[in-house]
Design a protein around this ligand. Structure first.
Ligand code: COI
Length: 352
């Protein structure tokens, strides 16, 4: 690994509440190029713009994958990286789906740990902030034929972030999307690839204009079963049971989703991973059995849902304090910020 020093370091923000999500970037980035059939040595270099050929495959045919993981500064000042090996593994799974050459997981892990050490001062001691780490790989070959690129860039950029949802309330409003699907049944839904997010934009824009924060996607075959929400997996509490759509060929296997399932089971909460129909959710709401809905994701962490709307039908969720979402959030954050010990091997502490 090569490290090129950045001699022009930025002044860091001090008002953490103004960080938002993914608006500020740190001083260094990780770069590697795939050329002549192999990945070149990883370089940590000053953060900079990229230069791409206008025919680059990623620009025309969206041959791209990405990941999102976070490092936290705990109450004890120690930096903790959460389940990063799972993100790196999933990056390669997405690569396989998108015909992108896989990266060396150990080399990428080493580079991520090294850049976090270099950028440690960007990880602030504020409970609602973290350093968001965004690896991305994209085809840069300059041929317009529809084929996998022969050249790629891997880059990892870092952004100090606060809360993902900027609404003043602590609850998100969700619209059940009935006019569009995110992905097809056997499409690319399980891969973390930009195209899945591009296809979600029109629905999101319309939903935002209507006053919602996110849309909830239904399955592309029947439009009956809930899949996921904008940038999150989704959970329901019905009669005290924590229920989430089971993984299939179109749902992202979220790492926060996995963590929530593990923690809930450990805490004695009944968990069901199964098909959840939109009719079941509205019926459960009507007879008072639906008590909580929340989304999960690295960016969104655990975000409570206050309202779900489908055409003219609306569910307003009770604003519980100490509900299942709160208990799980405090457990998850406790682990991420070092207040709670875990035995799953999720945390890697970084020595500055
Ligand atoms: C994440 O939670 O890390 C995501 O990738 C979701 C979104 C910001 C695209």
């Amino acid at each position: 690994m090569i490290i090129i020093e950045n001699k022009n370091l930025q002044t860091k923000p001090t008002d953490y509440k103004q960080l938002g999500f993914g608006k500020v970037f740190t001083d260094y980035m990780i770069m590697s190029k795939y050329q002549d059939g192999k990945w070149q040595e990883i370089v940590i270099q000053p953060f900079q713009n990229l230069s791409l050929h206008p025919a680059a495959t990623c620009l025309h045919y969206a041959q791209e994958v990405f990941e999102g993981l976070k490092a936290y500064r705990g109450d004890d000042g120690v930096i903790r990286l959460f389940r990063h090996r799972d993100n790196i593994k999933r990056l390669n799974e997405s690569c396989r789906r998108m015909c992108i050459p896989e990266v060396d997981e150990d080399a990428l892990e080493k580079a991520i740990i090294e850049i976090i050490k270099l950028e440690a001062s960007w990880i602030f001691e504020d409970e609602d902030t973290a350093l968001y780490i965004r690896p991305a790989i994209f085809g840069t070959g300059n041929e317009l034929g529809v084929h996998p690129s022969k050249e790629y860039i891997l880059c990892v950029i870092l952004s100090p972030v606060a809360k993902y949802y900027q609404n003043k309330e602590d609850y998100v409003k969700i619209k059940i999307e009935e006019h569009f699907h995110r992905v097809g049944k056997l499409g690319t839904g399980t891969a973390k690839t930009g195209g899945n997010y591009a296809s979600s934009l029109l629905s999101s824009v319309i939903a935002e204009e209507e006053g919602f924060d996110q849309v909830c996607w239904l399955d592309a075959e029947t439009s009956k079963y809930i899949e996921e929400v904008g940038s999150m997996n989704i959970f329901f509490v019905i009669k005290g049971v924590l229920i989430t759509p089971m993984l299939n060929t179109s749902i992202l296997d979220g790492i926060t989703r996995r963590s929530i399932i593990t923690l809930a089971k450990q805490m004695g909460i009944s968990v069901e991973e199964r098909k959840v129909s939109i009719d079941e959710v509205f019926a459960a709401a009507q007879c008072g059995e639906l008590t909580e809905v929340f989304g999960s994701g690295t960016a969104a962490v655990i975000s409570k849902v206050g309202m779900l709307k489908k055409a003219e039908q609306e569910i307003i969720l009770p604003r519980l304090k100490d509900g299942v979402a709160d208990i799980l959030l405090s457990q998850l954050k406790g682990i991420q910020y070092g207040r709670i010990h875990e035995d799953y091997g999720w945390i890697t502490t970084i020595q500055e």
